[in-house]
Design a protein around this ligand. Structure first.
Ligand code: ADP
Ligand code: MG
Length: 620
């Protein structure tokens, strides 16, 4: 037999390798900006078109490259940053693998222009799918400009895999912010589709944080400082009263490199113990400096994870430094300084990985999937919001009942099986409509149905009702808007305002009358009548928070996500006392929904008990 193994051509090998390094436009942005930082630039400009799908360009004023280096920079494992294996343990630059440019060139059309301060003329290279198209002298300022066009143009599968522009843009903003925060002494700008998103002059860290996240941050943060022989910690932490529902602004940098580390995160979180309302997260911007020999940054291709030699000690120091800062700034007067200042090294065991509990939600979960009547369950054109579908839905309610007599608890991974339908149940709707409702513990609505009783979770049910209404508004591109007497101007952080821009249509379809009004500012003329909140900024901020949370956890399209976030915000909450009328409305409207049985995030909305269930319980 003939031999069958052969070496892949470079272009194919590079494409495969590229998958590791460049997953999306944001990864290319990160690599280019980091290269600019490594080149000693003092000004770095980022230009992006169509969320990076069309263009990503980084222009720097760094040291530039020679003609030969320019050509070599696109070779795999070509780097000026390390020379021998030992260097891996003393890394001071962002890059060191020499893979980024080779990867990018394998999957895009790239134009590089570069000139060193000592050169008369610069050099220009055009490269496409790893093939150099041309290299020639050119006139260009000192520094480097790299333009990446049509990312993944030759890997359609990857291109199709990219998310909507708003999602990809927010990933780019994340990467940009990380590098910008790590290098306050460098001037950065970011322009998307011709609009300036960030203009960050050279400054100190506090000013940089404020420039990135908005003026309100100035009063929200307090400094942290601690120096020990193992680690030096500097930076800022958020005051507890500004903690957020989402883990938005949490940044660790180790030797100026952004990292994630659940273990160290836990150190911070635990320092805030008792100071935070439940399920809120503090902001932090913390810089750890350690001996490069004591960390291994070589364990992950995209390099956001690193291993520490002294993780346990760093945990304790970090926790104590955070506590100290909270105490010093009179945020937690009860802290005992003496005790806190003497660092105890018994944090959690060093090799224990602390993982945040995660809630997994299946957005497509439908407990009745197997039922034929639910075939169009994702098609919201169906029932008009009141009447007609009521009976049909009561049918379905009956089905729940017969399917799960054992208290009708919903098991998320099992859809009930179809059974015979008892036509008598159809009458139950009129019955429940007429019957009185009782509220239990300001949380559940109890009502009588012909063959037993029903308990509705008021919050989940209302979320479901609002969600379906919002989805309808989106589909018909209209909903009423309640005009504000005095239009309000609302300012967002740059990244939030990019999000708002990307969802402006949907917001207006949903009943906001909102328009852009210059830099990061919007005018709100009206709000959806279903949102009772009067402060439109607070309302919008809450919706955005929820939206971002959904965005990171679930893969929803913008409209669905917004509808969900708005429903979540506007729904009556557990704990609210309801009038008889309000309870009846909830029940009526719930059964007019196309999927009445679960909230948009999959929590059950109701459960039924039959007389049989009751009888059984009272048997001797
Ligand atoms: P790495 O950054 O890991 O070395 P890259 O593929 O990102 O690998 O870059 C390869 C080489 O190209 C770098 O080591 C550097 O010498 C050179 N280079 C890349 N970008 C720039 C830039 N903006 N300015 C100067 N040199 C650069
Ligand atoms: Mg690099």
């Amino acid at each position: 037999m003939t031999d069958i193994i052969h070496l892949l051509p470079d272009s194919v090998a590079n494409q495969i390798a590229a998958g590791e390094v460049i997953q999306r436009p944001a990864s290319a942005v990160k690599e280019l900006i980091e290269n600019a930082v490594d080149a000693g630039s003092s000004v770095i400009k980022l230009f992006v078109k169509e969320a990076g799908k069309q263009l990503i360009q980084v222009i720097d004023n760094g040291k530039g490259m020679s003609e030969t280096d320019a050509r070599l920079s696109f070779e795999r494992h070509a780097t000026s940053k390390i020379q021998k294996a030992d260097d891996l343990f003393a890394i001071k630059t962002k890059g060191f693998r020499g893979e980024a440019l080779a990867s990018i060139a394998a999957i895009a059309q790239v134009e590089l222009k570069t000139k060193r301060p000592s050169d008369e003329v610069g050099t220009q290279i055009l490269i496409e799918g790893s093939e150099v198209q041309s290299q020639q002298p050119c006139s260009t300022p000192v520094g480097t400009s790299i333009a990446i066009k049509n990312l993944f143009y030759n890997v359609p599968a990857r291109r199709n895999f990219l998310k909507s522009n708003s999602v990809e843009t927010s990933h780019i903003i994340d990467e940009f912010q990380r590098v910008a925060l790590a290098h306050a002494d460098i001037e950065f700008s970011f322009n998307h589709n011709g609009a300036d998103i960030f203009n960050l002059p050279k400054s100190n860290l506090r000013q940089r944080i404020v420039n990135v996240f908005g003026a309100t941050f100035n009063q929200r943060i307090v400094p942290v400082e601690e120096e020990t022989f193992i680690v030096k910690i500097t930076g800022f932490i958020g005051k507890p009263e500004y903690a957020k529902k989402t883990r938005g602004e949490q940044f660790f940098f180790v030797n100026n490199r952004f990292i994630r580390n659940a273990y160290l995160h836990h150190a911070i979180q635990s320092a805030y113990e008792q100071l935070l309302p439940r399920e809120t997260h503090p902001s932090y911007f913390l810089f750890l400096e350690v001996d490069p020999k004591s960390i291994d940054i070589n364990i992950h291709p995209t390099k956001t994870e690193i291993k520490f030699e002294d993780e346990k000690a760093i945990y304790a120091i970090l926790r104590s430094a955070t506590k100290k800062s909270l105490g010093q700034h009179n945020i937690s007067p009860t802290i005992d300084f003496e005790q806190e200042a003497s660092i105890s090294l018994d944090g959690p065991p060093a090799n224990k990985i602390i993982e945040e509990p995660k809630i997994r939600v299946n957005p497509h979960y439908n407990p009745f999937k197997s039922q034929t009547t639910f075939e169009n369950s994702r098609d919201f054109n169906g029932p008009s919001l009141k009447q007609k579908s009521n009976l049909q839905n009561w049918d379905k309610l009956y089905e729940t009942h017969v399917n799960s007599p054992a208290a009708a608890t919903f098991t998320l991974d099992e859809s009930p099986k179809q059974e015979i339908i008892n036509p008598q149940w159809e009458n139950d709707f009129s019955e429940v409509s007429k019957s009185l409702c009782y509220q239990l513990h300001n949380r559940y609505i109890l009502s009588h149905i012909k063959t037993g009783f029903i308990i509705v979770d008021q919050q989940s049910a209302h979320e479901r009702i609002l969600y379906e209404k919002f989805i309808q508004f989106l589909q018909h591109h209209r909903s009423g808007s309640q005009q504000l007497l005095f239009p309000e101007t609302v300012e967002f952080t740059a990244s939030d305002s990019a999000l708002v821009m990307a969802m402006l249509h949907e917001l207006n379809d949903l009943g906001f009358a909102i328009e852009e009004f210059g830099k990061n500012t919007f005018v709100v003329h009206g709000i959806p009548p279903l949102l009772k909140e009067v402060d439109s900024k607070v309302t919008l901020e809450r919706i955005l928070e929820e939206f971002k949370k959904n965005q990171s956890e679930l893969k929803l399209n913008t409209g669905e996500n917004l509808a969900r976030s708005m429903a979540f915000n506007a729904a009556v909450k557990s704990g609210k006392s309801l009038s008889g009328e309000e309870m009846k409305n909830i029940i009526d409207e719930l059964f007019a929904c196309s999927q009445p049985y679960a909230s948009p995030s999959g929590r059950p909305t109701l459960t039924t008990f039959s007389l049989d269930d009751l009888e059984r319980r009272f048997k001797k």
